[in-house]
Design a protein around this ligand. Structure first.
Ligand code: ADP
Length: 558
């Protein structure tokens, strides 16, 4: 028989019809048989109103046997509800008072906090009897309600877990939702460390000022062999540690850490409990089956996520370690190679100088004995020698930049750039116009490395101009946020095609070899800037000039 269905079944309809119409007289055997036969709790109550006509209490006039089953209250007839359940919620009085006063029946689902139970209720006035009498048919729907709440909690939990991936966040979200839902003092994960025989409370959620439980615990402190057998199985519910035979001898240890009652539920893998979800209370508490079931469901959902997050973290850490090791090894190889190329380049200069020297002597002392073809060959040897010497020198500069200590200091670009432009008189030899645009910022840089960079960029700006244009170089600075400054070097030269903008910073790369050079200048700039913790780039359009920039850390204000 159902109270909540849309169409009440015939027995239910008969009870309500006959009782409400008064057709079954009180004390009548048929009436008794009828109300005793139904599964729902049934009672007739007399409402008691105060002088302001507010319903303040009620007296039980009748109750069927099912009443006891559903309410847990016995021998109620002739007693007042306030005496039986002193803290019954006010809304019950309001509901029944309204039925008594208006005669309009009410069907509702209500929570009785005093009884900690949910009820589905149908209340109607007994016609013909005293106007204040109300008949109540009700069902205990606590299990169903808790099932619905559990499903709602799990849905909410799944939604919140969808947006987290770190182990700590997963644990925080899960523990907080179980803790709040079950209204406990603490909620935690406890992992069994078989090897050292310790209990590890890895994460806990705490209500208000409850004491933190995270840490390691010795199982023997909390119970004997019988307790351990149950506890290590993962599922245990103790309503009161001071009376439960499993814990009574160890009650003090529990009370020391504010535990009067607790429950744990295990997450199992291949039958073995791996970890448990635990809840504790500072006062005695009976743990309902529905509550334990909820903990099981949460564990089944959450723990695999925690495990996945752990595996991912371990994997990430291993990978990071491996990358770091490889990078270190690479760095070592690079620096070995740089040392090697430095010494090779250095050693190459001696035989080269000898070749150049002897070519010079040959031309000077024996030139007149050579015919014009032989002299042309000799000139070519000398020119090739000069080019090789330039190449070697540039490679040596590159190696020096790559290997040198790059101590950074405050460089005020105003004075610094003026100094460079003065000390490179050949910049002006090409009738170039070079101007700096104040105000110029201060940066953290290595003066020697920065001098090399500026001089390479300015030289290129002058060199890569189509005749008869007069080279015009402008230098200025801009703050680019995050405490960084860019030094710009702009020219009115031939420009660079977009697909070459990255390549030109590579060593030996030249777009057009006819202008001399070695293709090392910009590689030196990039290396030097990187060593100063900065970066370098270029904006350009073919035929419209290029603007190179060097980005460095701004010097702190003095
Ligand atoms: P190099 O100047 O010795 O050729 P760089 O490394 O300094 O070597 O430059 C590489 C190449 O980048 C140059 O050969 C040139 O093709 C191009 N480049 C560099 N600076 C400029 C510039 N200001 N304008 C146009 N092209 C440039």
């Amino acid at each position: 028989m159902s109270l909540t269905g849309e169409t009440p079944d015939p027995a239910f309809a008969r009870v309500t019809r006959e009782v409400s119409s008064g057709s079954v007289a009180k004390g009548d055997a048929r009436y008794k048989a009828l109300i005793n036969s139904i599964d729902e709790g049934f009672c007739v109550i007399e409402m008691i109103f105060n002088p302001q006509a507010r319903p303040v209490d009620y007296l039980f006039l009748e109750a069927n046997p099912a009443f006891e089953v559903h309410s847990g209250l016995i021998d109620v007839v002739g007693k007042r509800i306030r005496d039986l359940v002193p803290n019954l919620d006010e809304h019950w009085f309001e509901v029944y008072g309204k039925v008594a006063a208006t005669g309009v029946s009410i069907r509702c689902e209500n929570y009785a906090a005093g009884l900690k139970r949910w009820y589905s209720v149908y209340a109607f006035r007994c016609e013909g009897a005293d106007i204040r009498n109300v008949a109540v048919l009700f069902n205990d729907i606590t299990e169903r309600k808790r099932g619905e709440e559990r499903a709602a909690l799990l849905t909410r939990l799944s939604e919140s877990l969808g947006s987290v991936s770190h182990e700590a966040d997963i644990a925080r979200v899960a523990l907080a939702s179980v803790g709040t839902h079950l209204n406990v003092d603490r909620c935690y994960f406890v992992e069994h460390d078989e090897s050292v025989h310790l209990l590890h409370v890895s994460r806990n959620w705490l209500r208000g000022d409850s004491r933190d439980l995270e840490g390691m615990y010795v199982p023997a402190d909390f119970g004997g062999a019988a307790w351990w057998e149950k506890y290590s199985g993962g599922n245990l519910a103790v309503a009161d540690v001071t009376t439960d035979p499993l814990t009574v001898d160890h009650a003090k240890r529990y009370l020391d850490i504010d535990i009067r009652s607790y429950a744990t539920r295990a997450f199992r893998r291949e039958g073995y409990p791996m970890v448990s979800l635990g809840v504790t209370e500072t006062s005695p508490r009976e743990w309902a089956l529905e509550e334990l079931r909820l903990m099981d469901d949460v564990m089944a959902r959450v723990w695999p996520m925690v495990e996945r997050a752990r595996t991912e973290r371990t994997l990430r850490e291993t990978l990071e370690l491996r990358v770091a090791e490889r990078t270190a090894k690479l760095q070592e190889t690079i620096s070995e190679l740089e040392t090697f190329s430095y010494s090779i380049s250095h050693d190459l200069r001696a035989p080269l100088r000898a070749m150049q020297g002897f070519a010079g002597v040959l031309e000077e002392e024996h030139g007149d004995r050579l015919d014009s073809t032989a002299r042309e060959y000799l000139r070519r040897i000398v020119r090739a020698g000069e080019r090789m010497d330039r190449l070697i020198q540039d490679v040596l500069v590159y190696s020096r930049v790559a290997r040198a200590e790059t101590h950074l200091e405050r460089v005020e670009l105003g004075g610094f750039l003026a100094g460079i432009l003065e000390s490179y008189p050949h910049f002006g030899a090409d009738h170039a116009r070079i101007e700096t645009v104040p105000p110029l910022a201060s940066v953290l840089a290595n003066p020697a490395a920065l001098t090399q960079c500026v001089s390479n960029l300015v030289s290129n700006g002058i060199k890569f101009v189509a005749a008869p244009t007069r080279p015009h170089i402008r230098l200025w600075t801009e703050a680019v946020g995050r405490g960084r400054v860019r030094l710009y070097v702009a020219d009115n030269g031939i420009g660079i095609a977009p697909d070459r903008k990255d390549a030109i910073f590579g060593i030996f790369y030249q777009i057009d070899r006819s202008r001399g050079g070695t293709g090392i200048g910009l590689a030196v700039v990039r290396k030097a800037v990187e060593r100063m913790g900065g970066n370098v780039g270029v904006e350009s359009k073919v035929g419209k000039g290029s603007t190179f920039w060097i980005e460095l850390e701004a010097a702190p204000r003095t």
